[in-house]
Design a protein around this ligand. Structure first.
Ligand code: AMP
Ligand code: ZN
Length: 136
């Protein structure tokens, strides 16, 4: 299903034009208009789902396969030094467009980006508390 109010539905389904790198029956891969680095792209499923919690298992597995293929091609063509896959869910996690997407971010030595987090230092007790919450 396409959501009429969703810009990524419109882009994924060709209603709004984009710099398309790849397209098949389930996905369109486009260049991000506000790229973190040269070549930053987005995998957009054609069917609307807001986030990871809403996508089907089929789209979830196909997204990762496509990310793997795109990373290989882009690394070869762009001669980048590394690659980040980033996928945000919810405002608290930095999601700004509420249509599931996977960021493909080529990384270059000294590209000036900082996509990593600041590590914290939990005690073993805190780690066990969290572990028990997750696996209970
Ligand atoms: P997120 O913060 O994970 O929701 O990422 C949304 C991404 O979509 C950002 O990197 C934006 O630069 C990008 N973006 C927003 N609108 C467009 C658009 N019309 N075409 C291409 N990229 C877009
Ligand atoms: Zn959508």
């Amino acid at each position: 299903m396409i959501n009429d109010n969703c810009i990524f539905c419109k882009i994924a389904n060709g209603v709004i034009s984009s710099n398309t790198l790849y397209e098949d029956e389930d996905f369109r891969v486009i260049l991000d208009l506000g790229p973190a680095t040269k070549g930053h792209a987005l995998i957009l499923p054609k069917e609307h789902a807001a986030n990871l919690y809403e996508i089907s298992d089929d789209i979830a597995s196909k997204t990762m396969l496509l990310a793997k293929k795109m990373a290989a091609i882009m690394t070869d063509r762009l001669d980048c030094d590394g690659f980040n896959l980033v996928q945000n869910n919810g405002e608290a996690a930095g999601q700004t467009v509420m249509h599931f997407h996977m960021h493909l971010i080529p990384r270059y030595k000294d590209d000036g980006q900082n996509i990593l987090w600041v590590p914290s230092k939990p005690s073993q007790e805190e780690l066990e508390d969290i572990k028990n919450k997750i696996i209970k």
